[in-house]
Design a protein around this ligand. Structure first.
Ligand SMILES: CC/C=C\C/C=C\C[C@@H](O)/C=C/C=C/C=C\[C@@H](O)CCCC(=O)O
Ligand SMILES: [Zn+2]
Length: 603
């Protein structure tokens, strides 16, 4: 509706929507800034529209003009709890349905929350600086003035300048490059012709190398990383094919990936045409590639069908986890799908315990009021409760019918931003013949009730039981003489083995010490190392502080560093040490991770 806000986390209004932006930017590593201009194509969707509202954060805006005439436009800045609301006064007489181009000349701040600048010594090769962005949820506004909401989608093009020798990549197709553009500058041009929400804008720049994995898949990384990554993700084409079988044709042309330096705060980020990945996935045995399957699935659920605000984020993540595990089932078997679903429940239980079971942040559709930052309430809830909800619905309508629904859902809502209501309406229409059976679904309770899911799904626990029984036997042992840790478990089963121990009130020291001696040194799998170290801290085994500190400071993936820092700080005598370690390494964590860690540690 004309003039109305479309998203509590954004200043954007419904009557003037950006449909394209054109960036012309220079990446300056010395100044830690990105500067230049953005030209927004704005579609007028109301009558007498005189204002365009944009979001910004820590930006310096030098000029705002009508791009075609150069006429200056008035811009009023107002601070909001989530950044800045820029009100740009538009000329009179803009007709509904017409478009206007607004150009803003600007620069980012060295402290931009969506960018991490790494000095050469913080990279693998240690010779060149590196930078990367993370725009989800609302950090695109720290990179450019924009309507920073998933409610609107834009195509974009970009001209990016980097210091000569450094390459820029974006969540878009590279259409031109000139590595000698003069004055020690390299120049790259990109185009993204499929409309995306701003949280999917992504830039990475550094000394980057690539390996082709198939005709449409390539992996990028630093010199010391790219070959490991090529091995780890060699089967990407097979995963992409399995996703196409489930969800329909892949429309993004290329599926490339870039493995970032260790401070990347997430497992992966589904930036279109260029998934960002943490190096903690490089276990050496392809055992953590489920994250790549997850990011691939986002090419449909999230990137084509997008939640219109962060209140409906589960539509992105719940659907993606649900489909990721369906693909796992197809590639590795039904039992593996159920094992992963069980492990997901452990992660959900941890999040519910962290926030408290009555916390509104554990609802599937949390409420945002304009002052709550989505980063503060990010957890496994939208992922796991969302996926559990869909698993539950599948148990009512049947697996084949659910698969059919998924394909039709993607066709119906591709290129759109939707709400939970849109999903429910389409689902109940699609399954009109099952209306009677669907009467049992307590839709509102699923969406709004905090805590664990209101219905416990029945997952096949064959593989789980083997792991939990072994864990029970293992901690009952007192003598480890001659014992070898060799259960023949998959990585996921071993994860469940440790999770089972972590859920116990206490675990005796001897089995944990055995793990530190015999298992920890033999695995480079970050998921396993994280859990073994968590066990050490839960048992107050300060003799392993050093290994914990090494792990905490060797990578910055929040999934690992946030809970492990909290456990480390809780050990009697460690609280001060935890603060000291964090302060000493703060600059090497990503801004988002550093902010969350500071909150977690009460700083
Ligand atoms: C209820 C929460 C509502 C909104 C939160 C929206 C965005 C949260 C923001 O903090 C960004 C999240 C980015 C996530 C990226 C990748 C994840 O899938 C990674 C999951 C954890 C991991 O594997 O490391
Ligand atoms: Zn995801």
């Amino acid at each position: 509706m004309a003039g109305e806000k479309v998203d509590p986390c954004s200043s954007a209004r419904a009557d003037a929507a950006c449909t394209h932006f054109s960036l012309d930017l220079t990446i300056d590593f010395a100044a830690k800034t990105i500067s230049g201009s953005t030209t927004l194509t704005v579609e007028i969707r109301g009558d007498d529209v005189r204002e365009l509202h944009l979001d910004g954060k820590d930006l310096s805006i030098d000029a705002t003009t009508l791009a075609d005439s150069g006429e200056r436009l008035d811009l009023v800045e107002k601070a909001t709890p989530l950044g800045m609301d820029y009100t740009i006064h538009l000329p009179a007489g803009l007709e509904k349905g017409s478009s206007v181009k607004v150009k803003l000349v600007y620069s980012t701040s060295p402290l931009a929350s969506g960018v991490q600048w790494l000095r050469p010594e913080q990279t693998a090769v240690k010779e060149h600086p590196f930078m990367f962005t993370q725009c989800q949820a609302i950090h695109a506004r720290s990179l450019m003035p924009c309507q920073d909401t998933p409610a609107f989608k834009c195509t974009y093009d970009a001209t990016m300048r980097t210091p000569k020798g450094l390459r820029a990549l974006m969540s878009a197709k590279l259409v031109d490059e000139n590595l000698n553009a003069g004055d020690n500058i390299s120049l790259f041009k990109f185009e993204q012709k499929t409309a995306i929400p701003t949280y999917l804008l992504a830039i990475v720049a550094g000394s980057l190398f690539s390996r082709d994995l198939s005709e449409r898949c390539r992996v990028w990384g630093e010199q010391g990383t790219v070959d490991k990554a090529a091995y780890e993700f060699e089967e990407v084409e097979k995963m992409l094919g399995a996703a196409e079988e489930l969800l329909g044709p892949y429309v993004w042309e290329r599926y490339d990936m870039v493995v970032l330096p260790p401070s990347f705060p997430y497992g992966g980020m589904e930036n279109p045409m260029l998934t960002f990945l943490t190096p903690t996935l490089l276990a050496g045995d392809r055992s953590l590639v489920n994250v790549v399957v997850h990011e691939i699935v986002h090419s449909w659920t999230g990137n084509l069908v997008t939640s219109s605000t962060w209140e409906h984020f589960w539509l992105n993540e719940g659907f993606t986890v649900f489909c990721e595990r369906k693909i796992l089932g197809r590639l590795e078997g039904r039992l593996e799908r159920h094992l992963a679903a069980y492990e997901g429940l452990n992660a959900l239980r941890d999040s519910v315990e962290h926030f408290g079971e009555d916390s509104p942040y554990t609802a599937l559709c949390p409420k945002f009021d304009g002052s709550l930052d989505p980063d503060d309430v990010f957890s496994s809830v939208p992922y796991e409760k969302g996926s559990n909800f869909l698993f539950y619905l599948e148990s009512i309508v049947g697996e084949e019918a659910m698969n059919d629904f998924l394909k039709k859902y993607v066709i119906r809502f591709s290129h759109k931003s939707i709400t939970t209501d849109d999903f429910q309406k389409f689902f109940t229409e699609f399954f009109a013949d099952k209306a009677e059976a669907l009467k049992q679904v307590q839709w509102e309770e699923w969406y709004n009730r905090p805590g664990m899911p209101i219905v416990k799904n029945k997952f096949d626990d064959t593989l789980v039981t083997k792991a939990t029984n072994a864990a029970d036997e293992f901690i009952a042992k007192t003598d480890f003489e001659g014992f070898t840790f060799d259960y023949g478990f998959s990585t996921m089963q071993e994860i469940v083995f440790y999770d089972h121990l972590l859920q116990k009130q206490s675990v005796p020291a001897a089995p944990i010490k055995f793990l530190m001696k015999s298992r920890f040194p033999n695995t480079s799998n970050a998921e396993l190392r994280f859990r073994i170290l968590s066990l050490c801290m839960k048992a107050n085994l300060t003799e392993f502080n050093k290994q914990v500190i090494d792990f905490l400071t060797s990578q910055g993936r929040m999934k690992f560093v946030r809970p492990l820092f909290r456990l480390f700080a809780k050990v009697p005598g460690n609280a001060y040490k935890a603060t000291e370690v964090f302060k000493a390494h703060r600059s090497q964590y990503h801004n988002i991770a550093a902010a969350m860690l500071a909150k977690d540690l009460g700083l």
